[in-house]
Design a protein. Structure first.
Length: 367
């Protein structure tokens, strides 16, 4: 693994991102490269920054296969504390993505700030917007056939570093462990005020199950039970998990390949976290009821086909799947419409799934 801590720091201001600066920082990987020009194409600032630019490169840059159009991803928005997610994503691209063929965007350079508490990272990646594919929208209807293709791509992700020594190497000590890192375990506490605001709305009260309808704080109990399950009871080899696998974090290439974006919650974990979070949001209630067992079997077959050894059997994975809905519950009930995703129907799908699957009981919680 390569650990980058470039002597050229990542500027705090977007206006300091220049052709000269890119030339300096990329010399470590591409000796002799010169970025002769940098032209802004599109800028999107939210909790991270996606800066699409057109580069003019010298022959060294062209020979390295760096395209003219790239996307620079970092955090220059200053709109919120990024919780280190940009630094984490940069390390994923540098330490894992470059090693294998993988359903994630191609990257050409990644750097992160030497000081961990800065949270800043930069990835120079392909600009998917010019390819002609389709960016996923988390609240769109997907359908069962496309969901089957999507879980197959998740299986490729999980299989790529299945039980890999790289996950346990000292050089990967930056990689958080699923549900053991505070960003996971404290997520409900951090977002609770938003969950409270939605919980009392009549449209939420109309479908929330009895155990939570009158007392949102019970979600803490259920979520804590999931944390305990993930840390002490869930078994099987470790793998790399995406951590935020709703369809809005994916892109469908024109050739039909689905790649996964926004690796800001990448984890060392076990795969059912990704499968459950994706399925509960992507399918309607009726589709999920009719197809989730088959899709889980299909996912497992695809994972085994990657060469993964020691994959839990179908029934064990089903029992794990039954226990994972609280992660999606706490994430989506805290989603505010004004953030750009009207997710009421997703919240309903998730809580109905919890009832169908007997999640609260499976986690050993009684009220």
């Amino acid at each position: 693994m390569i650990n980058l801590a470039h002597p050229v720091g990542i500027p705090a201001r977007l206006e300091d991102i220049t052709a000269d600066w890119l030339t300096q920082i990329m010399q470590s990987r591409y000796p002799g490269i010169v970025v002769e020009g940098l032209e802004e194409v599109f800028l999107r600032n939210s909790h991270t920054t996606k800066y699409q630019v057109r580069l003019t490169l010298n022959d060294v840059g062209k020979a390295a296969g760096i395209p003219e159009n790239v996307c620079l991803k970092a955090n220059w928005s200053h709109s919120m504390d990024s919780q280190g997610i940009c630094r984490l994503e940069a390390r994923f691209y540098e330490d894992f993505r470059q090693l294998v063929e993988f359903p994630a965007p191609r990257s050409f350079f990644a750097a992160f700030a030497p000081r961990e508490d800065s949270g800043q990272g930069l990835v120079v990646m392909e600009d998917l917007s010019i390819e002609g594919g389709h960016f996923g929208i988390s609240t769109d209807h997907m359908g069962v056939e496309e969901a089957a293709r999507a879980v197959a791509s998740l299986a490729k992700i999980h299989g790529a570093f299945w039980d890999s020594p790289l996950l346990h190497a000292a050089a990967a000590d930056w990689l958080p462990v699923s549900m053991a890192t505070p960003v996971d375990a404290q997520q409900l506490h951090m977002m609770y005020s938003f969950a409270q605001a939605n919980h009392v709305k009549p449209e939420y009260q109309a479908f929330l199950p009895g155990w939570i309808k009158g007392d949102l704080s019970r979600l803490h109990t259920v979520f804590d039970a999931l944390i305990d399950f993930a840390q002490t009871k869930e078994q099987g080899p470790w793998c790399l998990v995406h951590g935020d696998s709703h369809q809005g974090n994916s892109y469908l290439r024109p050739d039909g390949e689905r790649v996964w974006l926004d690796w800001q919650l990448v984890r060392k974990g076990r795969p059912i976290r990704d499968f459950t979070y994706f399925i509960l949001g992507a399918l309607t209630i009726e589709e999920r009821r009719a197809n989730d067992r088959d899709l889980l079997r299909h996912y497992r077959r695809c994972l085994v086909e990657t060469g993964a050894q020691g994959v839990p059997d179908d029934e064990t994975l089903w029992e794990y799947y039954r226990r994972w809905p609280p992660y999606a519950m706490q994430a989506w009930i805290a989603n505010m419409d004004e953030w750009g995703q009207k997710g009421l129907h997703i919240v309903e799908r998730i809580f109905v799934a919890g009832e169908d699957l007997g999640t609260v009981e499976a986690l050993g919680v009684t009220f």
